[in-house]
Write a protein that binds this ligand. Structure first.
Ligand SMILES: [Zn+2]
Length: 92
């Protein structure tokens, strides 16, 4: 399984508590505090396999139009290729 160590966002249905954890296909995830079973709801970036374990949330990122690297939405110049980023649509 290439995604054996993919990190997922987990959510406990009853309490709505969330956690981030590496998930494998057959695991069961229990909230340490409440004992509730937690279900994986979404994968986090970067998608496995990746050299980086840094957690980034998709809603705070966009892809640079030139180099396709993921950068923060609040960054005005791409840190990878230097391309000036457009204002975010709908932000004004
Ligand atoms: Zn770029």
């Amino acid at each position: 399984m290439p995604n054996a160590t993919q990190t997922y966002r987990l959510r406990a249905a009853a309490s709505g508590r969330e956690a981030l954890a590496p998930v494998n296909e057959h695991g069961v995830y229990i909230d340490r505090e409440t004992g509730e079973e937690m279900q994986p709801v979404t994968r986090t970036l970067p998608l496995a396999p990746s050299a980086s374990a840094l957690l980034r949330t998709p809603e705070n990122l966009r892809a640079c139009e030139r180099c396709d690297q993921l950068i923060g939405i609040d960054v005005s110049d791409c840190p990878y290729c230097g391309l000036r980023q457009r204002p975010i649509a709908g932000s004004r």
